[in-house]
Write a protein that binds this ligand. Structure first.
Ligand code: COA
Length: 183
């Protein structure tokens, strides 16, 4: 395992930790392994996205954003493999104190409560370490699994946004969720 900060250990001995500069090959392997699993829920990826070099080149950008307090790029690691991601992105301060949340878990590990635990850990981190007030997430209308994860973690539905994100090549409607982190 790398020497980056660990947030917590999740079910099935999965570790939730900060992205490391050497994660490129493991990330590319994870995305390639999960290509079919993720395609319906993510933006269309260029072919190069699944190459180790491509992932390695993206990491410094993500780590710089982290350093600047704009995001928290996390990976799920198990037995040396990357088996998912959680990202707090678009962190805004001032009167908003808010971030966007995105996530996925390896198809082989779905349905074991791993992402519910990871989202809870990310929310606690956003509240206690980052001092944020709110997290927002968006799911496709038919992404029941993702909606359950958010509801289990105390997110509430705040509306539906028409043609909100370009997912799987189409501008698609999304359900918006938020979790207020402080009373
Ligand atoms: C959405 C996703 C992250 C869920 O992760 P997970 O670790 O499998 O979720 P959990 O095991 O914590 O399950 C949470 C809930 O979802 C339910 N669930 C899991 N898979 C499901 C499925 N395919 N259909 C319906 N419900 C499902 C679980 O039963 C559980 O609900 P419960 O509390 O009522 O029992 C995972 O399915 C995934 O990576 N999907 C592809 C990428 C994606 O959709 N990312 C989110 C984009 S918004």
């Amino acid at each position: 395992m790398t020497d980056t900060p660990v947030l917590t250990t999740l079910p099935d001995d999965v570790v939730l930790r900060v992205l490391h500069r050497d994660d490129g090959p493991a990330l590319a392997a994870a995305y390639a392994r999960n290509r079919e699993h993720l395609e319906p829920w993510e933006p269309t990826r260029p072919t190069a996205f699944y190459d180790a070099d491509y992932q390695t080149q993206r990491i410094p950008v993500q780590l710089l954003e982290h350093l600047n307090g704009r995001s928290v790029p996390l990976v799920l690691e198990r037995e040396g493999e990357i088996v998912g991601r959680v990202n707090l992105s678009d962190i805004v301060r001032g009167a908003f104190c808010s971030a966007h949340l995105g996530y996925w878990v390896d198809a082989r590990l779905a349905g074991r409560g791993i992402m519910s635990a990871a989202v809870e850990a990310a929310a606690v981190h956003a509240r206690d370490a980052l001092g944020l007030h709110r997290i927002q997430a968006a799911t496709l209308l038919h992404n029941t699994a993702s909606q359950r994860v958010l509801e289990r973690s105390g997110f509430e539905r705040i509306g539906t946004a028409p043609r909100y994100l370009q997912i799987a090549g189409r501008w698609q409607d999304h359900v918006l969720f938020q979790r207020i982190l402080h009373d």
